[in-house]
Ligand binder design. Structure first.
Ligand code: BDP
Length: 713
């Protein structure tokens, strides 16, 4: 009996030690197991000097303490002076720092940049973390902790980092009732009902993890906006969050509902050229800054999917954006005006953003950025870059990516998005000749803009691990890292993240990297290979429904996008079709316009292709489509197999979680393949080639499936 009790207690304790619910994300700071490395780090970090003086510096020091306490098991005492320390954290300029870095070097760090340098002080090796501002110090500290977490040598450090993009932002599509639009990780983490008095510890942890990857802004509310957020009752709550985030260098932004002057202001109109409306926004801005002196500004979705906007008053998007820009300008606030617009009467939704915004280039106020989704349609598994990126030389454009996986398997599929983000960032717009990449457009360097931004729709909710899928965390991480340095490679980001999130064990790093790096191509293949797009089920976008055609607007229905018929499949966007291609620079058009030379990844984005068309593989289009769908399924099976090899190498809790989620992913990949091929087969009228797997059910069965309660909708 006694023995059993002891055994149970041991089991319980063991379980506790191993328990990893994912809450800590990539800031786990567990004691380093490698003894020689641990001793080495301890020796090198025996005495720390952290110069103080602001709330940001004090949270930075707190984080360093927490990190060293966890990773090295030491709690350091601040050494009496910089001269006696082995790690010195100090802002520039300063007599001590000036001996180690030159004014020119300090100048290069600009705002938010930092430097970590090993130097010799009185014969002993010392590390300096320095920056021109508090935020730079904070980022330097997180970078340093990352070195320790990923087991890098800290013996001869020479690191100089400056962010490539200024505004690095998470967009929350969170409603005031805590429902998250396209959210698959529970409710909103903003508990509006309890704010401002109840300040959940999660808010601070949210700020910490964002700061750790350089994210410096958060839009708290949904782009499908609710004017109530701008009332005093809610502004007090927003203020509470802003106060928590401020020391971490994070500004808050809100979505502005264009009709707010009517809804909460008692005006009859929201016409941006009416004096009363303009004054209302001015006063509103003043009021907001009364609560939040460093308020970031507004994000606006106008005249899109039923949202109100300037066009309701026969004004342009520029009129609307500029009115808000004028209201924010005295406070240095900015407007992020979205280009996600499309109307039912266009012949091709692809062309809409460009058609509306291109003529307005040069008409926006200086504090306006146009926020453009990476692709022309809507966060599909693969899209060509939006033609907007090469077409607005006089307007700063910012990127909008989506972390939440609306069209990428939602909360259950493992899809590492960094390769997809990189594909877009590295695409060449040829705006100013070869080398005019999307990255250079959005970082402001191509057209010399002072402001630049990258935002992504958050995938965070109140699930204990924040993102539901443990690997969803990697996408959040990737956004921060890429906005900070868009030249990092996807696999480098993956490796960093794995080391901090799971383990530094080379087998874990190698296998997880393989899984992550194959995951994006996998989802493209089992959902929308060869350039298919938007064939998800209507409304909730969960699962395949290429047959769907019931929504009132043609461009909401999958049949609009694939255009399958007995001749072939795909959307002709060349001169013989909608000619959307003409929105790109000639060199880009050239890449896509010829059906024989167009990269097959994008083929059906631009061409209606005969089922008999010979592909580069030598197969017909139909056969190739079948093989691609199978390849997608096979990739998921490989991912499962590789993950299983990690049993015992990652904690049990997350091992099991990922295992179960990969099983769902495999099942759904098969479903996607079989549903899509069964349907497209009614047009191609050809068999699925041997030796490929055949659908287990009839097309009618797949069409009968319905998911009225699919999440996020
Ligand atoms: C689509 C989503 C919709 C968003 C919209 C947007 O389905 O929920 O409101 O984008 O970006 O992807 O405004």
């Amino acid at each position: 009996m006694k023995k059993t009790v002891v055994f149970i207690i041991i089991l319980f304790l063991f379980g506790q030690v191993n328990a990893e619910n994912g809450y800590r994300l990539w800031l786990r700071y567990d004691l380093i197991g490698n003894q020689s490395l641990l001793q080495q780090y301890r020796r090198q970090l025996a005495a720390v000097y952290f110069s103080q003086g602001s709330p940001t510096l004090s949270v930075a020091e707190k984080e360093l303490r927490k990190g060293l306490q966890g990773l090295l098991g030491i709690s350091y005492k601040n050494s009496s002076g910089a001269d006696n320390a082995c790690l010195v954290i100090m802002k520039s300029p300063n007599n001590f720092v000036n001996q180690i870095i030159s004014p020119a070097e300090a100048f290069q760090l600009k705002e938010e940049g930092f430097m970590i340098r090993t130097f010799r002080n009185k014969g002993k090796s010392t590390i300096l973390i320095t920056a021109n501002d508090d935020k730079g110090i904070l980022y330097g500290v997180y970078c340093f902790l990352r070195l320790l977490q990923t087991h890098q040598s800290i013996q001869a450090l020479e690191i100089k980092e400056v962010p490539s993009i200024q505004l690095r932002i998470l967009d929350h599509w969170d409603n005031l009732n805590r429902f998250v639009e396209r959210g698959y990780a529970g409710l909103s983490i903003w508990n509006w009902h309890e704010l401002p008095d109840y300040r959940d510890k999660r808010y601070t942890d949210y700020a910490r993890v964002n700061a750790s990857v350089g994210i410096n802004g958060t839009v708290l509310t949904n782009v499908n906006a609710n004017a109530n957020i701008l009332t005093p009752q809610y502004l007090e709550k927003v203020k509470a969050l802003a106060d928590i985030f401020r020391p971490y260098g994070i500004k808050v932004y809100l979505t502005a509902r264009f009709s707010a002057p009517i809804e909460i202001g008692g005006l009859r109109t929201a016409d941006p050229l009416q004096e009363a409306v303009r004054n209302w926004w001015k006063k509103k801005a003043d009021e907001i800054y009364g609560y939040i002196p460093d308020f970031g500004g507004f994000l606006v979705k106008a005249n899109s999917e039923g949202q109100p906007g300037p066009q309701d008053y026969a004004r342009t998007q520029a009129d609307g954006a500029n009115m808000l820009a004028d209201a924010l300008q005295p406070h240095q606030g900015i407007v992020m005006w979205r280009a996600f617009v499309y109307s039912p009467d266009s012949d091709d939704r692809f062309k809409q953003a460009y058609e509306e915004f291109h003529p307005l280039d040069g008409q926006f106020k200086k504090n306006v950025l146009i926020q453009v989704k990476n692709g022309p349609i809507d966060f599909q598994p693969r899209e060509p870059f939006s033609p907007m990126f090469g077409a607005m030389p006089k307007t700063p454009l910012m990127m909008e990516f989506q972390l939440t996986q609306e069209y990428l398997g939602q909360g259950t599929h493992l899809v590492f998005e960094a390769p997809m983000f990189k594909e877009c960032l590295e695409a060449d717009t040829y705006e100013k000749g070869k080398g005019s990449t999307v990255a250079k457009v959005i970082d402001g360097s191509l057209n010399n803009f002072e402001i630049s931004g990258m935002a992504a729709v958050a995938n965070i909710g109140n699930e204990i691990n924040w993102t539901n899928h443990p690997f969803g965390q990697a996408n959040w991480y990737a956004l921060g890292r890429l906005a900070w340095d868009h030249e990092l490679s996807a696999s480098q980001i993956a490796r960093e993240w794995i080391r901090q999130t799971f383990s530094n064990d080379p087998a874990v790093v190698e296998k997880c990297t393989r899984i992550m790096m194959m995951s994006h191509e996998a989802v493209v293949n089992y959902m929308t290979p060869l350039g298919l797009h938007h064939i998800m089920n209507n409304g909730h976008h969960y699962g395949p429904a290429p047959w769907a055609h019931s929504l009132p607007r043609p461009d909401w229905n999958p049949v609009y996008y694939h255009r399958a018929d007995t001749m072939g499949i795909g959307f002709d966007r060349t001169k013989t079709g909608s000619n959307a291609l003409s929105q790109y620079a000639p060199a880009v058009q050239k890449q896509f316009e010829d059906i024989h030379t167009c990269n097959e990844k994008y083929l059906l984005w631009f061409h209606h292709v005969s089922w008999q068309h010979t592909m580069h593989s030598g197969r017909t289009l139909w056969d190739e489509l079948c093989f691609k769908y199978q390849e997608g399924v096979d990739s998921v099976r490989s991912m499962q197999k590789i993950w299983k090899e990690l049993k015992g190498k990652v904690d049990r809790e997350r091992f099991n979680q990922v295992n179960m989620l990969l099983a769902i992913q495999e099942k759904e990949a098969v479903w996607w393949r079989d549903a899509c091929l069964s349907y497209f087969q009614t047009f191609s009228r050809q068999p699925i080639p041997e030796p490929l797997e055949k659908p287990k059910h009839t097309l009618a069965y797949y069409q009968s499936l319905s998911f009225p309660y699919a999440p996020g909708n």
